[in-house]
Design a protein around this ligand. Structure first.
Ligand SMILES: [Zn+2]
Length: 266
């Protein structure tokens, strides 16, 4: 499933290519045809990302809400777009570029009131400048759930997925099973700061890289891109801990496989 950095990168790219334009909208697969007829020809004001949710804001208070889920995928084309491939739920055609959306978990026509409700249910999003971590700290400091489960809960922090949760807890030497309310405020602040930093690096590079020297600036895309695929992560799906060399343990936590070193993460 795409994590928040991917969704924010998609929004940034699509804003550049489509915002401000009157766009044509189709549903080659047919499941979004009624909505496409309503929206086609309207001006797209902006594409907004909150956590793993995308909102296409049109004039006349019409908004498309998209959640990619496990199988959702975008394909971008230079116009004219090719024949639709597979079940294309939504095809958006702008002045120079177009994109297809296949297999989203959600693709629905909503209004600004519904958009606000969806955002209200989410925790702060580290990639949004208006994010307020206080809300996340309040939830974490009052829950006995494992921190590894809390980090995947989109109502606590919006945008973290399984790879980031494993990597963040490893980098901060925190065991995923540690009860969330046993963290002190300094540890929480460290989690928040690291999450902001890693997601920003992920958005810029369009990939998850956690082995980068974090003292460098997040804008240093070259150094992250030069890291080989097999060396971009520390602990996720790794057999051995890169710090102590011991076996990495893995188990199911909040329905996803978490990876952790018993020696290094207390
Ligand atoms: Zn270790």
């Amino acid at each position: 499933m795409p994590e928040g950095h991917t969704v924010h990168r998609i929004a940034a790219d699509q804003n550049e290519w489509f915002s401000g334009q009157k766009i044509a909208l189709l549903s080659p697969q047919g499941r979004f045809s009624t909505e496409a007829d309503v929206l086609s020809g309207l001006r797209l004001k902006s594409v907004e990302a909150f956590g793993k949710h995308l909102f296409y804001v049109f004039t006349t208070n019409r908004i498309i809400h998209v959640h990619l889920g496990l199988y959702g995928k975008f394909r971008v084309h230079t116009n004219p777009p090719p024949e639709p491939r597979g079940a294309v739920r939504m095809r958006v055609i702008g002045s120079r570029k177009s994109f297809d959306l296949n297999g989203p978990n959600q693709c629905e026509l909503i209004d600004s009131e519904k958009m606000e409700q969806i955002i209200q249910r989410l925790g702060p999003d580290p990639l949004r400048p208006d994010a307020d971590p206080h809300d996340a700290w309040r939830k974490m400091s009052t829950s006995t759930k494992p921190i590894g489960a809390m980090l995947l809960d989109q109502a606590v922090i919006a945008g973290i997925g399984n790879i980031y949760r494993c990597e963040i807890l490893f980098l901060l030497s925190i065991n995923p099973q540690k009860p969330s309310n046993e963290l002190n405020e300094g540890q929480f602040q460290a989690i928040w700061d690291l999450t902001c930093r890693l997601l920003e690096i992920g958005k810029i590079n369009n990939r998850i890289v956690t082995t980068i020297d974090l003292s460098e600036t997040a804008g240093d895309a070259m150094s992250a891109k030069s890291i080989r695929r097999s060396e971009r992560l520390n602990i996720y799906k790794k057999p051995f801990c890169p710090k102590c060399g011991d076996y990495v343990y893995y188990w199911q936590l909040a329905n996803r496989t978490v990876y952790s070193c018993d020696n290094c993460q207390q």
